[in-house]
Design a protein around this ligand. Structure first.
Ligand SMILES: CCCCCCCCCCCCCC(=O)SCCNC(=O)CCNC(=O)[C@H](O)C(C)(C)COP(=O)(O)OP(=O)(O)OC[C@H]1O[C@@H](n2cnc3c(N)ncnc32)[C@H](O)[C@@H]1OP(=O)(O)O
Length: 379
């Protein structure tokens, strides 16, 4: 960190002072040679002989940061003065494809939109089948540039789209920013649910009242349903230095992998079969996690429909001094089970909000996915 202090002089005072970049300046392709380097497979292998999705999340996070470093590269500087951190995993949509641990995987990506200090990155992943690579997933991340010591914001190079395709991507990036602002301003933490949502929650509530008593307090579960609180799983991570990133904080990919694996276990426990992940959305990195922290992860099913299970994982760190807990991340994962799963019922008002939030995330899934036998992505 002492060395990084010296890099401050390379930081720009305004965005206009930085040379504009094109999308192709940050474009990169990376090969994960699972097919040709068997020694690498162990790290990626599940017991079902598929690829661990948690490992893919780690790779996407590192790649996203690398892409941003390409976009902001200063040819005359040996080291970048920027600290680039993951602010948001906007979306990861998986296509219906089998991930084999015995075939090479290719990642590609580039910066698709920039603000003043933030960059949207689009990445794709492919797996080789014979002579060609077929698409596996699309991911959109938002990275934020901070100064050399990660203490304040830092400007990033402007982006000039070239041609109609790039202009469309850039416009989409702008729309994404607007959509995120709108989504956050109608958050249930700030606003009451809509009339339709309120009615749905009240109907669920009524369906749990015991018809034998005239009371709002005697609640019974309808058939094929589970109380939301009974779907919870929790875990604890001690954040050792091994998991730190280049800025001496805990690596975002590690946090995602841990949250994903707990989320998967929650869906597995709930649905009674090994579920497949179909979408990841709106993972917000609100606060950095310091090395040495105790990281508490808490996961629960918050919405289900047919074979789908929407899981929310909340992570917080505890201050060792005053035992205060601070939220660092909230993760949303959509899984698909082999068979139809039970309904999940909220018991309290807070749980009802979690249910509606889960439903909103589920409905924002862009690709309607259908269950396919060969579609196997596991933790
Ligand atoms: C050299 C080559 C090296 C290669 C190495 C490769 C491998 C490397 C591997 C290492 C991998 C290491 C990677 C890791 O492990 S990073 C570790 C995981 N991530 C973190 O720890 C980040 C934790 N969060 C924070 O520190 C803050 O919340 C941040 C800094 C993110 C924002 O803080 P704050 O809220 O105070 O910021 P602001 O209000 O001033 O806004 C600043 C800008 O940010 C935009 N914004 C903010 N939030 C969001 C959001 N949710 N969605 C979209 N955008 C968002 C905002 O619009 C604004 O944009 P703009 O209007 O300025 O454009």
């Amino acid at each position: 960190m002492e060395e990084r202090k010296l890099l401050h002089s390379f930081l720009a005072n305004s965005q206009e002072g930085l040379p504009p970049r094109r999308m192709k300046d940050s474009y990169i392709e990376v090969l994960l040679p699972l097919g040709t380097e068997p020694a690498l497979r162990e790290k990626y292998l599940t017991v079902q002989n598929t690829v661990r999705f948690g490992r893919i999340l780690e790779d996407l996070d590192s790649l996203g940061v690398l892409i941003c470093y390409m976009h902001t590269k200063i040819p005359s500087a040996e080291m970048s003065p920027l600290s680039i951190v993951t602010a948001l995993v906007d979306k990861i949509d998986l296509c219906k494809n089998c991930l084999s641990p015995e075939q090479d995987i290719k990642f590609s990506g580039h910066v698709s939109w920039v603000g003043k200090t933030s960059m949207e990155v689009k990445m794709q992943m492919f797996q080789s089948h014979g002579n060609e690579f077929s698409p596996v997933l699309d991911a959109t991340f938002v990275m934020v540039a901070r100064d050399s010591e990660n203490k304040g914001p830092a400007f990033v190079n402007p982006l000039i789209p070239e041609g109609p395709e790039e202009e469309e991507l850039f416009r989409q990036g702008e729309l994404n920013k607007g959509r995120r602002v709108a989504f956050s301003s109608t958050s249930l933490l700030k606003m009451a649910p809509s009339a339709k949502e309120r009615t749905a929650i009240h109907e669920m509530f009524l369906s749990t009242l015991d018809p034998k008593t005239i009371s709002f307090r005697s609640r019974i579960l309808p058939p094929n349903a589970v109380w939301m609180e009974d779907s919870k799983l929790k875990s604890l991570e001690v954040c050792h230095p091994q998991e730190r990133n280049i800025f001496n904080r805990i690596f975002g990919g590690f946090l995602m992998r841990k949250a994903y694996e707990l989320g998967w276990a929650t869906a597995c426990n709930f649905g009674g079969s090994r579920p497949f992940v179909v979408a990841v959305d709106d993972i917000m990195f609100q606060k950095p996690v310091e090395v040495g922290s105790l990281l508490f992860l808490s996961s629960q099913v918050c919405f289900t429909q047919d074979k789908y299970i929407q899981v929310r994982v909340h992570s917080e760190v505890a201050s060792l001094q005053n035992k205060e807990h601070t939220t660092t991340n909230v993760f949303h994962f959509t899984f698909m089970s082999e068979n139809d799963v039970p309904l999940v019922f909220p018991r309290t008002y807070g749980e009802s909000m979690l249910y509606l939030d889960g439903q909103r995330h589920f409905n924002s899934m862009s690709v309607p996915v259908t269950l396919e036998k060969e579609y196997l992505v596991e933790p």
